[in-house]
Design a binder for this molecule. Sequence first.
Ligand SMILES: Nc1ncnc2c1ncn2[C@@H]1O[C@H](COP(=O)(O)OP(=O)(O)OP(=O)(O)O)[C@@H](O)[C@H]1O
Length: 285
Amino acid sequence: MNTLDIRDVSVIYPASQGGEAVTALSDINLTIGQGDLVVALGASGCGKTTLLSLIAGFIAPTKGYLTLGDSSIKGYPRVACGLDLGDEVRGPGADRGVVFQKHALLPWLDVISNTEFGLKLQGVGKRERREKAAEYLKLVGLEDFHHHRGYQLSGGMQQRVGIARALTNNPEMLLLDEPLGALDALTRESLQELLLDVWQQTNKMMFFITHSVDEALLLATRLIVMSPRPGRITHQFDLSFNKEFLACRDARKVKSSAAFIKTREEILSIIHGDEMETQEAKHEH
Ligand SMILES: Nc1ncnc2c1ncn2[C@@H]1O[C@H](COP(=O)(O)OP(=O)(O)OP(=O)(O)O)[C@@H](O)[C@H]1O
C-alpha cells in the first residue's frame, strides 16, 4: 500500500514584472495514507492550490520533496530535489486523478467518451475502456446518460462525469480542487454524499480543497488548516463525522451534534484570525 509523503516542502514563486517573490508554501510536512480523506481549508491565498499542484506534479517544490510509494513526484520542470530514488519520476500521471472546480469536459465528445478519454490516451482497447467507463458512470449515478453531451447536463451532473473520469483511470489518489464550489446547496450536498460513497467503496487516498468549513468537517478523516504569508499547515484535526454520516445518512443530525458545532467554532476562529491578520498586513503596506 502506497503512502504520499510531503517532506519539508517550500514553494517560492519568482518575482515577475517588478513585483516581489511569493513564498506560497513554507516547510510543509504531510503524510497521506490509504483511505485518508485529507481536506485543506484556509484563507484565500494560503497555498491550497499550490499544494495540490505539487501533489499532482504540475509544479516542483523549491525545497524539500514529495514521494508516492518509493518514487518521487517531481513536477515540471524537473528540478533536482536532492533525492536519489532511482530513475522513476512521476510528473503528472494516471496514478493521481484531478477534479477541478469547473468541469473540463471535451465538448465534442459524449459522456462515455469523455469518461474513457484517459484510458484511450493510455492505449487501452475500446471494449475494456468502455466497460470501465460504464462501471464508474454507474457509480456516480449517470448510467442513463452515456450519450449526452456536456451542455445537456446540469453543473452537478458535469461534476459527476469529472469524478467518474478521474476514477476510470484507477488512480491511487484523487485530488479535488474545490470540486463542489460552483454548485447550488442541494446539489452540493448530494455530491458530498456521492464522494463519501466513492471514498468508502474505493478506499482511495483523497486530497480535497474547500472554502466551506461544514463541508470540510463532514468529509474529512483529517482536516488541515493552512494560514497565509507564508502558507503553512498550522492545525490538524483527526475527524470521524464522515463515518457518522455514512452510518445515519442524515447530514443535519451530524451537523447539529455538539462535537460538530464545537469543532466548527474552533476552526472558524482560527480562519477569521488569519483573515484579520491578512487584512491588517494589507493596510500596513
Ligand atoms: N503562478 C504563480 N505565480 C506567482 N504567484 C502565485 C502563482 N500561483 C499562486 N501564486 C501566489 O501564491 C499564493 C498561494 O496561492 P494559491 O492559489 O496556492 O492559494 P489558495 O489557498 O489556493 O487560494 P484560493 O483559496 O484563493 O484559491 C498566493 O499569494 C498567490 O497569489
